[in-house]
Design a protein around this ligand. Sequence first.
Ligand code: OGA
Ligand code: MN
Length: 270
Amino acid sequence: MPLNTKALSPRIGSEIVASKEELLKGGLAEEVRELLEQRGVLLFRGLNLSDEEQYAFAQTLGEVIDQGFKGIYKITLDPKLNDTADYLQATIHWHVDGAQDTVPTRASLLTARVLSQVGGQTEFANTYAAYDDLPPEKKALADRLKVIHSQEYIQRAMHANPTEEQLARWREHSEQVHPMVWTHRSGRKSLLLGLTAGLIEGKDEAQSRVILDEMQKWATQSQFVYRHEWTVGDLIIWDNTGVMHRVEPYPADSGRLLSRTTLVGEEPIA
Ligand code: OGA
Ligand code: MN
């Protein structure tokens, strides 16, 4: 049965209208996965899955990461609800989850539980579209570059003047060198940028920053971006291999809470 879908914007995002029951049966999973790869973001407005149902739905789409409690990781800045909450403060910057690893996660599902009065909208940028639309000379440049991604760059964004001790701690995490252009098994190409990207191989910090900032600015232009204003119960799935995302800043004590379930990565960056 064909999916009932509607584009949210020309270059990124589709809304799917389907019942909970249909989705949980798994018969639409193949089509959902296919559309996710094509559109980057899928929205199921007001679907209102419980945590158990979200976990079950995620399992129809791929292998689920054992994170949080029964596959549900709480997205909140409240340390009483999530003891790694302070890590999530960096999510206000554009990023790809796990770009500092070799195999980033495949996709994540987010259901909104409690909203913030201010901020908390999530933005997604289609990095396939951003690559496709680069002018030829910039495409050729991006095709040549290798970028160092690390935990250190995430932390630097949050702590402008780190102590030697902080630096040493961050540097315990391994770093990864990735091509700026990810050539996927499908043959499609996407730009791999975001907060984890700090240095370009063969260039100094200042030269790297100029190029990275320019590419980042390009990739997050409005035509590549879908911004979601949440309503409680909305479910969003994003393709973490072809999308960057960030959240608009919200107060740590706002109560904002989303349930996240993440699918295991299936493809190393190449
Ligand atoms: C994430 C993330 C953004 C948000 O869950 O990986 O970056 O809107 N979330 O909270
Ligand atoms: Mn994230």
